[in-house]
Design a protein. Sequence first.
Length: 582
Amino acid sequence: MAHSAYRIVVVLHAIALVVGTGTTDGADRSTFAVSMPADASGHVIAGDVLFADAKTSDPSWHAYVELWRAHAEDPSAPSIRRFLGLPLSGKVEGKISPGRSAPAFLRFARGSYQQMETPHFQIMTRASPQQTGRVAEDLEQCYWVWTQMFFPLWEDSVQVASAFSQWSPDEDVAEFLAARTNRLRPRRKMRVVLLRDANEYVRALADRFPGIQRSTGFYDDANRTMFLYAGAENPLGQRSIADTAAIRDAEATRRHELTHQLFREATPQPRRRSFTAAADRFPGEESGFWLIEGIAGYFESMVLTDRVATLGGWDASRLQYSRFRTLVGGDFMPLSELRPEGRVAAQQRADLARWYAHAIALTHLLVDGDRDPGDRRWVFNQLARLYAIDLPFADSPAPEPTAAEMRAFLSVSDVDLLENPAIQPLARLCLAGCEVTEEGLRSIPPQTTLDWLDLSRIPVTSDEVKRLVADPGSLAQISLEATSVDDGIAAWIARAKMLRELDLSFTYAGDLVVNVLRDKHQLDTLWLTGTQVSDAAMPVIESLEALEAVDLQRTKVTESAATRFQLARPKVKWNPLELRGE
């Protein structure tokens, strides 16, 4: 994967921030340490060269980098914990009390909710204390990642500049702060409303926000409030596949909407008074909306573990859709098409899913790619303009990545997989069209929560597919076109109870695989082009009640069997693929 000359390792409470240039380890993502309590063991994240702008252009950013690096090495250092406002023990300090100060627009009756205060958030909640605590911790962790990555746009960077104005890079950060009383003091807290579940979320908001039922959370720009819901809790603490998927989706939504909130509320305010009401209320209203959504989509890629957090990477869930569109579909949307559109124009597009895929992929490319060293700086400048913040850097020419550059960025090789291992269970995995072999695939640990697997055109065998996804129970879409799988995959496919789409085109699969589809009542799309399937499989295919499309070109199915099927199932699209050379 053609990736970055930049590497950020930013620290989250105990977050080692090593923002580097010219890395030689092939890193394809920004890496952060994670929140740790004071009694945790310190650690150092590899990387010696600081991000050039942090080291030379902005001494305070350099100091902030070193602050988090020092905190990662010694999470117990009291002077650093005091400066950052971290609790003496634990990861995040949060106090919960009966709710009394909800704004009128929420229409919350006194006693119907609780209120949790953290250093940077005020959470009005109807969820359980445990659920609220987990959300609060995640919000605080994401906040610290955002401040370190976007330090020049952060409102409180001026406090860091003041506190470290006398600091020299050869001084120990903890000792420097121990001789002073400075600490970061947030100027305001950001408001979050956490509702109990999806039903309460819709009931509370549907009359004021049409279409709210199609969302899982959103940031209300006009009222400076983020709305989320917690979801049901399993009283036994057990987690099903569906529970895991719901938690994963909730995290992605929360980080997406929080990014909108942070750029609106954790950045300097004064200049906004001179802007028109419409421009002030909706950044990206007139143009540039692609980056408003692109950077929020980029933050959806955040992975938090006990020791590190990452942003970006080949395994980012959103990039799987982009990889398919670009490498398989040959689709590309140039930045010159995305940039002019404002919020309304973008949201009214008939191809909105395509628009999002390209906006987010281009953001990943410009932030983490090695196309041009000025790309990341240009992104910062564009965000500053959209949110009416003084530009942090000298202006630079607008980039215009080409289709070839996007294909190179999204393409993954064995080297990329081996040097950048996935560190969390994946939701989606699309490596279609990539230069990957089983050697690279073996670096991916067995997955348990995938809903989409696409290994098309990779020389992968049935055994490797079964190793990668030992239990296919969560898979809704399986694409193994032009792989080396055969009927040995049949028993595995039989266990894919949620399967809706199956593509085994141009493989060695035959009637045995089709026979295990008898109970696949949700299966609506079946591609068996160029397989060993014969007339013997047709009764099973005909019995698939949800089937909408099937392709059996270049198989052993006879013309008479095809005719019988078409008469029996006239609404099913028969052989819709356009094959060349027929």
